[in-house]
Design a protein. Sequence first.
Lengths: 305, 189
Amino acid sequence: MTCEQARESLLLLNYGELTFEQEEALETHLGGCPECAAERERLERIEDLLAVGEAELPPGLLARCRRDLSVKIEEETRPLKRFSPRRLWRDWFVHPPVWVRPLGAALMVAVGFFGAQFVPEGRMPALAGGGVAAEPVMSRVRFVSNDDSGLVRVVMEETRQREFTGSMNDDRIRQALLAAASDPADPGLRVESMELLKNQGQQDDVKAALLNALRADTNSGVRLKALEGLKPYSREPEVRAVLAQVLLNDDNPGVRTQAIDLMIQSNEPEVAGILQELLRREENSYVRSRSQRALAEMKASVGTF
Amino acid sequence: MDEAALIRAAQSGDQDAFERLVRNYDQPVLRLAMNLLRSPEDAYDIYQEAFLRVYRNLDSFRFDCSFHTWLYRIVTNLCLDHLRKRKVRRTEPAVVETEDGVIDRMDTVAEERADGDPQRRLLSAELRGKIEEVLATMTSRERMVFEMRHYQGMRLRAIGEVLGTTEEAAKNCLFRATQKMRGALGEFL
């Protein structure tokens, strides 16, 4: 191999694009050519410098992109008039047209009046202070959102629907969000609930929910939200253990990449070992390159010997 | 559900499946657009346009190539169009508007990469400026190949497939881009 060929191969070596034979030939050449060996070191240092050139994603940009895309797609599907039980519920029951409201009220009075005829005497619930005597049993949180003032709105699906608002410190709100965050039927609701809960990780029950979601939620969007919420706790052993599990077992490359970013924040010695193990089994080239870069930043080798 | 099943479900109108498909890829897509265009608003536009095109044309996806390749073809074509229209590259704004207010990008860089050390922060800022300069001297294709190989970790073969060219041509492009970068960053070594 000539020096010219070696210089060409060095770049590909850096990017892991050489075959085994090509790499062997290059290593042999580098062993006997100090100039090319120096060029290799130079290239590796440039590689490190280039990490600074990667543009950072501004906080909130990804979330905004996702939210706006959902709205646009919703608008795209609207002319097709596809049947959607969720939309039907929302358009006719949660926010009915104005002309339907008096009809609905009259219908409810009629149902109440005639329905009462069938309830045996003595089994009527006692009404206190003109309100509803018994709290209905919550069956399912259907929708959560927050507004600019920081209040959270939760809509639950029950025998009838009710709505309440409160701050994130309100125990009712938090419990409802925790229930919504584990609703297996609605990944979108879980993502939105996680979005609201992710800054409440100082509460033990919320942190436990974030860890559970990261470990076991089937939706990668929910897992990513949980990862965001666990960011301030990446040094805690319990969090590190779940991150290691995610890094080696999660099927989504985006989640694995984020888990690497969180893991290296903790600066613990075991992180290098986990990344080396990841490199041994990782097939996704982006995750591989991210792990390699993380190991380089930690000044650790990419393999175990 | 594996990816093929997810795509088929999305093709048959399953919105959740489509959302999961988007979430599997959207972060690297946004990162690529951000790296190439160096503007959060342009990256936002590319994200929206790319995934709307995917949504509108998913029915025509016939598994002739991987979904990743198909998606990246859409994204890189949009970015190339953007870069061509722009002609003169804009520099990355020092501050960005976010939902949490205005953020100085250099603050983020300093905090995450240079431990707040003023000397290192200055060096990082200089280095960033230099990298920006070199990227501006690259052709759109060189830049695209460089970003995909360097920051996205994609194989040259996959890059060739995405850009509709050969692995050899992608390799030559990468060589040229790296030579430019190497020459300019020498002073920082």
